[in-house]
Design a protein around this ligand. Structure first.
Ligand SMILES: [Zn+2]
Length: 361
């Protein structure tokens, strides 16, 4: 898949603000972006987007690829009489990445720029200088002089907020941007659908954009309930290291060494090993095609764990684009890892024929 197509698609997705719980603009955008490449695309009342490319062999497996449409962000909690805005997180943005940032507030009247204020060093006591205040103490300044003026701009309690930073190219095909998680995954879905559009492979492929991942995999928990799906692959980003403040004792993945085909995930809720047959299928394909990949443990949960618990249990796994600086405005990934993941998924889906064995024994 051409790097240019991936870059353009990704940049288009980042321009659409979709913090956790406020995915409406992305539901519209993803439906439109997917439509040219699938037989049919629809939105469920819950908010998930489901596109399908019907395979030519009804006996071949039916597989879902899922990426989440939400991103970490914030929402207006209240506005004081001087026009300063108190806000709360939706999803888990890193507190250390919030102070002093530019943000934009997505109002019905359009986007309103603001900044997260920061106390001047001159009046910060040494005891506070190296600490991060809790979110309750942070505030946004939109340049207004009063609550009335802020409300006149269209900002009200409940207005969604995102980091306001443009995607930028760094050296060696690296891209830095907010919301790489999971607009990288959505980019991969669109690119796989485009690659397989005119191919008529045996397998049926569902392309699913899920809502509300960042607050507990809520959209994915119901996404497959009414679909005739044999296996599911979550396509997400993978925290990765080899940066100066990470001890590689605590990390597996590196940016630029190929996409991640995980063994399982380890998070605060415990560990879970992904479906062994799906992992073998993806790894065997990558090996056969000579495509680089990395294999280890995903840190944190993904939509796969929710999809796996659907109905009688759906075999599920997760693949990822490695990225540095998770949940900050400068998440950073390598376009070559993304393009490699598209190639592995396309080649793997081509291989799915009737009789593909999903039993683990
Ligand atoms: Zn994610």
């Amino acid at each position: 898949m051409s790097i240019e197509f991936l870059k353009e698609t990704f940049i288009g997705l980042v321009a659409v603000d979709s913090p956790y719980g406020f995915e409406e603009p992305m539901i519209r955008h993803f439906k439109e972006a997917l439509a040219p490449y699938v037989d049919e695309v629809q939105e469920t009342p819950r908010g998930n987007v489901v596109g399908v490319q019907r395979g030519k062999d009804p006996k071949a497996p039916k597989v879902a690829l899922a990426a989440h449409m939400d991103q970490v962000g914030f929402t207006v909690f209240n506005i004081d009489e001087r026009g300063f805005i108190r806000f709360r997180k939706v999803g888990g943005a890193s507190n250390r990445a919030i102070l002093g940032q530019r943000v934009r507030l997505a109002t019905e009247k359009g986007s309103v720029p603001g900044v997260v204020g920061i106390k001047p060093g001159h009046v910060t006591p040494p005891s506070e200088a190296n600490t991060i205040p809790p979110i309750e103490e942070m505030y946004i300044d939109v340049g207004a002089w009063s609550r009335d003026e802020v409300e006149g701009m269209g900002v009200k309690v409940g207005t969604p907020i995102v980091f306001d930073a443009e995607p930028r190219e760094l050296a060696n095909d690296l891209i830095t941007s907010p919301a790489v998680d999971d607009k990288a995954g959505l980019t991969v879905l669109i690119a796989v659908a485009k690659a397989l559009k005119d191919e008529e492979i045996p397998a049926t492929v569902y392309y699913i954009g899920t809502v509300e991942e960042e607050g507990g995999l809520r959209g994915a928990a119901v996404a497959l309930h009414d679909l005739d799906v044999d296996a599911a692959v979550a396509v997400d980003t993978a925290p990765s290291g080899w940066q100066p403040d990470i001890n590689m004792r605590d990390m597996v993945y590196e940016v630029g060494r190929g996409p991640a085909i995980h063994i399982g995930e380890m998070g605060r809720r415990g560990s879970w090993i992904y479906h062994s047959r799906l992992r073998e299928w993806l790894i065997e394909t990558a090996e056969a095609e000579g495509l680089p990949y990395q294999s280890g443990y995903q840190l944190g949960g993904t939509d796969a764990s929710a999809m796996a618990q659907t109905r009688g249990g759906i075999p599920a796994t997760t693949v990822g684009v490695p990225r540095r600086y998770s949940h900050s405005p400068v998440e950073t990934f390598d376009l070559k890892d993304m393009s490699g993941l598209v190639e592995i998924l396309v080649a793997s889906l081509r291989k799915l024929k009737p009789g593909f064995r999903l039993l683990r024994s």
